[in-house]
Design a protein around this ligand. Structure first.
Ligand code: 5GP
Length: 175
């Protein structure tokens, strides 16, 4: 069986959209301090580009390691925290940075968890959203692209730990 990668979103398309998202966040938060919570591992490349597109001097970046149990390419929504934040977020304006919202279960779980930590606000910034697969309704405040129901890789997203280093978003096709 051979594998072929088909581009869904090019490097240029992603870069232009990430720039817009950064500008939108900077405009809305203005001089406020904001904490970007990067959900590992899939969001690391998106977050690296996004934080540089936010023209504010007061951005703090923190990382959250999560593992969601599920079979194959499907999440169960049971999320285990494998690495917690390095500092409390009480009183902070937080933006959760996610690679992709699929069923929505991961974000819904993280929103519930974060609310118990009393931040001032929590918003969600996701590069991709697959609304066709939503199982719970989640509000994505800053969204890069809505995509069709295909399993995508690249720009941080993996398939069995492969393809994270692709500079674009692609779909693996097998023949
Ligand atoms: P959700 O809980 O919204 O179903 O899933 C969120 C997580 O599932 C994402 O953060 C990502 O790790 C993984 N995921 C969902 N869809 C895809 C996809 O198309 N490609 C890859 N590589 N991961 C996905």
């Amino acid at each position: 069986m051979s594998e072929r990668l088909v581009t869904m979103l090019s490097q240029e398309q992603i870069a232009a959209r990430v720039k817009e998202l950064g500008a939108q966040i900077a405009a809305e938060y203005k001089d406020r301090h904001v904490v970007l919570v990067v959900v590992l591992k899939g969001s690391f490349i998106f977050a690296a580009d996004l934080c540089r597109a936010i023209d504010m001097t007061t951005v703090r970046v923190d990382f959250l390691g999560v593992r969601s149990y599920g079979e194959g390419t499907e999440t169960s929504g049971v999320v285990q925290i494998t690495q917690d934040l390095s500092k409390p977020i009480a009183g902070e304006d937080v933006i959760i940075v996610e690679d992709i919202v699929d069923t929505g279960l991961t974000i819904a779980h993280l929103m519930d968890l974060f609310r118990t930590r009393q931040p001032r606000s929590v918003k969600v910034c996701a590069l991709l959203h697959k609304p066709a697969r939503a199982r719970v309704e989640v509000k994505v405040d800053y969204l890069g692209f809505t995509i069709e129901d295909k399993f995508v890789v690249g720009y941080g997203l993996d398939f069995a730990e492969r393809y994270r280093n692709l500079p674009y978003i692609g779909v693996v096709e097998r023949s």
